[in-house]
Design a protein around this ligand. Sequence first.
Ligand code: IPT
Length: 265
Amino acid sequence: RTLGLITTDLALHAPSQIASAVKSRAGECGASVLISMVEHPERCQAALQELLAQRVEGLLVNVPLDDLDAEKIRQLAAPVPVLFFDVSPEAKVHRLAFDAQQGATLGAEHLLSLGHRKIALLSGPESSVSSRARLAGWQARLAQDNIIPCAIAHGDWSAASGYEKGHQLLAGNALPDAILVANDQMALGVMRACAEKGVAVPGQISIVGFDDTADSAWFSPPLTTVRQAFREAGERSVEWLLSESADGLWQVQLPVTLVERHSSA
Ligand code: IPT
């Protein structure tokens, strides 16, 4: 049996770890996976046609898509089932996604419980559904304690963008107490910026990431972050596709957990 995976940039850690889990679980089930990587969401339809031409029996899509774009892909693929990882809860498609609001709340509450009040946010790209959901979740939780973030910046998920935006957030007269970062790769760049400025983490600034990719325990200091269990998500997605029965929408919200390491205090 053959499945297809349409994925966003595999140079990023999270999508590559999902792809890895998909490949290995499919292999255990005797299925093969054709992978198509798209640089821009607009390329999704073309990737879909290529994979359908190769007779895939089910499709996974890990590309940030707005609701209507995801629904369009689902229609074009029918009767081949499609499971999406990165769409909003409102999209009328099969969906296996992490709870972004819970993740954002956990990160913000962790910093609040440590007594931090001057909190800066480093969000992901505005084009990403999950990035927008994390930012909204942070803001909502901070607002409950009457806190307005002292600064908001947007990166592109890469460590390089975290480094650049990190330097911007550290440039003012007064340092933030803490920075909530929308993924671990950007947090890596922020920590590098802190090191260059001689700002101690966690002594002067606490940093919380999002993802818990495999490298995050090896950052210096080891990163406090919100864990998204990518391996489990990849495995479950394959299991569902290989046993898919067509009635109703399958929509699963996966819980996330806070992993406390040493970048926050
Ligand atoms: C999301 C990651 O959290 C982020 O680090 C980045 O890699 C992004 O993917 C790329 O699209 S996880 C996704 C399943 C919402």
